[in-house]
Design a protein around this ligand. Structure first.
Ligand code: PBG
Length: 326
């Protein structure tokens, strides 16, 4: 046989062949749009470190949900922002808070949309920690009860999935039991199962005003160096009743997405987080990269790694770009 016996380029010669052998196709149906809603009726506030992202009043959030729905995006993930903070984060489970108000409004105006809500205390506590403090440390088990109250509050408002992002031990089982006991067996749990203590959350904490007033989140979020631990977290959350498991952030953790995909037979969700978004936006604004190409390449990488669903601040743009391709 003459050299070379393999000519991989034969499969790259034309659009027709390239498309025929394409192994990973992004679809709009796998995108989730994160949304920040703020108490009050003020105009949308731009988030400086996340160009194109705003803190919305309820009406604006609903409008954006309609847009997402029209763009073929099936789900949104809601984050509430409030000034009503206290030591325990009681506003998080107040049935009149901005999250419940928004969930109800979305259910009225964009009924097809799957509504997911972030469940954590850090945006509601005066100290910015994800749980109740005792002598300066997070009390895991005392926090579980509060998290379940938050989940129930969102479920009562009509959330389809609650998404605990706090990384307390045992919270998925605790929330599952509480929701079952109160008649919300059909409300699902998207667990932030594998959440690293990441510097990529910086812009989000600006957006949500949820940075810890002292210390950091390394006693509950994972060390970026650890992969086997990710499997233990994902397996535990599956056993506790999670319906979907998340890996977060995405780009620096594609190996983790793959390993979780191969170990747990639940839908795997990648969270393309705020810092990942900010880097792309900044480089694109400087004219250093082609935003559309970089976003589609990144999202394709997450899907190829094994993500069934991708939460991304690029969702609206990406849905449009995917639409152009198909
Ligand atoms: C709340 C929460 C955070 C994110 C989602 N939920 C921040 C954190 O853990 O400090 C980060 C999302 C992003 O960076 O886009 N616990």
């Amino acid at each position: 046989m003459s050299f070379p016996s393999q000519r991989p380029r034969r499969l790259r010669g034309t659009d027709a062949v390239r498309s025929m052998i394409c192994e990973t196709r992004l679809s709009r149906e796998q995108l989730v749009l994160p949304l920040f809603v703020k108490q009050g009726r003020a105009a949308p506030e731009p988030v400086a470190s996340m160009p194109g992202v705003f803190r919305w009043p309820v009406s604006g959030a609903v409008e954006l949900c309609r847009k997402a729905n029209d763009a073929g995006i099936p789900a949104i993930l809601l984050f509430g922002i409030t000034d009503a903070k206290d030591e325990e984060g009681t506003a998080a489970w107040d049935d009149g808070n901005v999250v419940t108000e928004t969930v109800r409004a979305i259910k009225k105006n964009a009924a097809n949309l799957c509504v997911m809500t972030d469940v954590c205390l850090c945006g509601y506590t005066s100290h910015g920690h994800c749980g109740v403090l005792r002598e300066g440390k997070i009390d895991n088990d005392a926090t579980l009860d509060r998290l379940s109250r938050v989940a129930l509050c969102h479920a009562r408002a009509g959330a389809d999935f609650v998404a605990p992002s706090d990384m307390m031990d045992g919270r998925v089982g605790h929330i599952r039991a509480a929701m079952d006991a109160h008649g919300f067996a059909d409300t699902g749990i998207l667990s932030y199962a594998v959440k690293y203590a990441s510097a990529f959350y910086g812009p989000f904490r600006d957006a949500a005003g949820s940075a810890p007033a002292f210390g950091d989140r390394r006693t509950h979020q994972m060390n970026p160096a650890n992969a086997r631990e990710a499997i233990r977290e994902a397996v535990a959350d599956a056993a506790e009743g999670a319906d979907m498991v998340m890996v977060k952030p995405a780009l620096a953790y594609l190996d983790i997405i793959r390993r979780v995909r191969e170990t747990v037979n639940l839908p795997v969700v990648a969270y393309n987080v705020s810092g990942e978004y900010a880097m792309v936006k900044a480089a694109a604004a400087a004219g250093w990269i082609d935003e559309k190409a970089v976003v589609l390449e990144s999202l394709t990488g997450m899907a190829r790694a094994g993500a069934d669903i991708i939460i991304t601040y690029h969702a609206l743009d990406a849905a449009g770009w995917i639409g152009e391709m198909t």
